[in-house]
Write a protein that binds this ligand. Structure first.
Ligand SMILES: Cc1cc2nc3c(=O)[nH]c(=O)nc-3n(C[C@H](O)[C@H](O)[C@H](O)COP(=O)(O)OP(=O)(O)OC[C@H]3O[C@@H](n4cnc5c(N)ncnc54)[C@H](O)[C@@H]3O)c2cc1C
Length: 445
């Protein structure tokens, strides 16, 4: 089979890896001038660094299995993380369960409630029982008080903005499960994974193996149309760097583009299209600062304070060695925003003017002269908003067009999106495509 794949992110490349292993010719088209999608990197101080902070949890098994298949398992390293929470004008250490007991921003009884409550959610095995409730409602009803108002509510509001009260409870459940899995006991810190050489180590190896099997990966080549004849996908139209339209025939097509842009590529029946367009996405705006000095002691800082104009502060070099990045401290300032939010349209300098005065809250000595270089990245399809009873609303991977498949982050559920789950989905799609080809080929032809 000749299989056309749209998108060279984690899902597209994982599918291409398995389909090429099964002896098929894969051709991957990527509109960006690089592979890796949302987990792609930029050069910083002699190393590669993700455009948006990335790490893995210990239960991210599928990506670890893929690394073993690629013979690069030994490049995954595990590091203890230090987590802080900024609330009521102060930074609190919230790395371990014992730290929570010392979390003086809320009364002692609420701290106990907060810890026990997380344990309670961690023990829930059946997320389907939670599907008809929003996280906001469930947490307000069952936890409530200062533990909710001072901790979880500001985090939900910061992450999802105006959509915070629409998020289905399975999203929250899966976050707690993941974080428990990465902790080592009640005293234990969270252990997070990061590959030597960045996430590029995985993507570069995928590329070289796919190419060694005769597969092709074309960057800076957007797909503009999926050609459909008699209800069946037959070809892809791409745009070359000179603006020329090129048509390539395929036996099967897998698209990994976001739900909002898939209907631009192909005419779809209304009910399927509605499933796609009903899911709203938040964009991520990430500013990366190369600093001459360390800002805080923490790798991950939750911001539970609406007066701070960013959602998170991730100091990458508090988990990974500074000397990888020319001795600089690497600090991400991140926000999830609606694409209509004026902040999404702001330039790097406009954002810095708003953000920088707040850095003194985390270190009073901070000075603008510490900033040696700034990188700005905006990702339009960063976080799908997944509401209640979503299992009834997910778009099928098999689209209504024969031999046309879709795999994007809106189809990951109940887990939150992540590289592990996009790889799992890409490999699942390869399996579906191979089985469908075996079963249906004669009737389709
Ligand atoms: C700020 C941020 C932080 C994150 N942190 C983590 C983390 O710590 N750990 C983790 O595991 N995950 C993290 N993630 C999530 C993770 O990066 C994504 O879930 C995963 O990379 C998505 O892979 P994908 O292949 O499904 O989609 P994408 O990476 O979005 O790939 C889709 C690809 O399709 C391409 N494309 C779109 N339209 C076309 C077209 N018409 N023609 C050709 N190509 C096209 C896009 O350019 C893109 O490369 C984070 C994401 C963000 C935004």
């Amino acid at each position: 089979m000749r299989i056309g794949i749209i998108g060279a992110g984690a899902a597209g490349l994982a599918a291409a890896f398995d389909l090429s292993a099964a002896g098929h010719k894969v051709v991957v088209y990527e509109s960006a001038p690089f592979i890796g999608g949302q987990a792609s990197t930029i050069p910083v101080g002699g190393s590669q660094l993700e455009r948006g902070y990335h790490h893995l949890f210990t239960n991210d098994k599928v990506i670890l299995d893929l690394m073993a298949d690629l013979d690069i398992a030994e490049s995954m390293k595990w590091y203890p993380s230090r987590v802080g929470t900024y609330t009521s004008g102060k930074v609190y250490k919230t790395t371990t369960a014992l730290d929570l007991l010392r979390f003086r921003a809320i009364p002692f009884l609420d701290r106990i409630k907060l810890g026990l409550f997380a344990l309670r959610i961690g023990r829930i095995k059946e997320w389907r029982d939670l599907e008809d409730q929003t996280a906001d409602y469930w947490l307000r009803e069952r936890l409530g008080g200062m533990a909710y108002e001072k901790v979880w509510a500001p985090l939900l509001q910061g992450k999802f903005g105006d959509f915070y009260d629409q998020i289905g409870m399975p999203w929250f459940w899966s976050k707690i499960q993941t974080r428990f899995a990465s902790r080592q006991g009640i005293r234990g810190r969270e252990m997070l994974g990061y590959p030597d050489g960045s996430f590029d180590t995985i993507f570069d190896k995928l590329r070289s193996v796919i190419e060694s099997r005769g597969g092709e990966i074309h960057i800076s080549v957007p797909v503009t149309k999926v050609e459909v004849v008699d209800g069946m996908a037959t070809a892809l139209i791409t745009k070359s760097s000179t603006g020329e339209q090129i048509r390539e025939e395929f036996d099967t097509v897998l698209s990994t583009v976001p739900s909002f842009s898939f209907p631009d590529l192909v005419e779809l029946p209304d009910d399927y299209k509605k499933r796609l367009t009903d899911v709203h996405y938040l964009a991520a705006v990430v500013v990366v600062l190369e600093l001459s000095q360390q800002l805080t002691d923490f790798y991950w800082m939750n911001i539970a304070d609406p007066d701070v104009p960013f959602l998170g502060l991730i100091e990458h070099t508090n988990m990974l060695p500074k000397d990888w990045y020319g001795g600089r401290s690497i600090l991400y300032l991140t926000n999830y925003l609606d694409r209509t939010d004026p902040m999404y349209k702001m330039s790097q300098d406009e954002l810095l003017d708003i953000y920088l005065p707040h850095l003194k809250k985390f270190n009073p000595k901070f000075d603008r002269s510490w900033i040696k270089k700034v990188h700005y990245n905006a990702l339009s399809a960063a976080q799908p908003i997944i509401g209640t009873n979503y299992s009834n609303a997910i778009a099928d991977h098999r689209t209504p067009i024969k031999k046309l498949y879709l795999a994007n982050t809106t189809q990951i559920y109940p887990e939150d999106r992540g590289t592990n789950y996009s790889i799992k989905m890409g490999r699942k799609l390869a399996d579906i495509i191979l089985k469908d080809a075996q079963q249906n080929w004669r009737t389709w032809k």
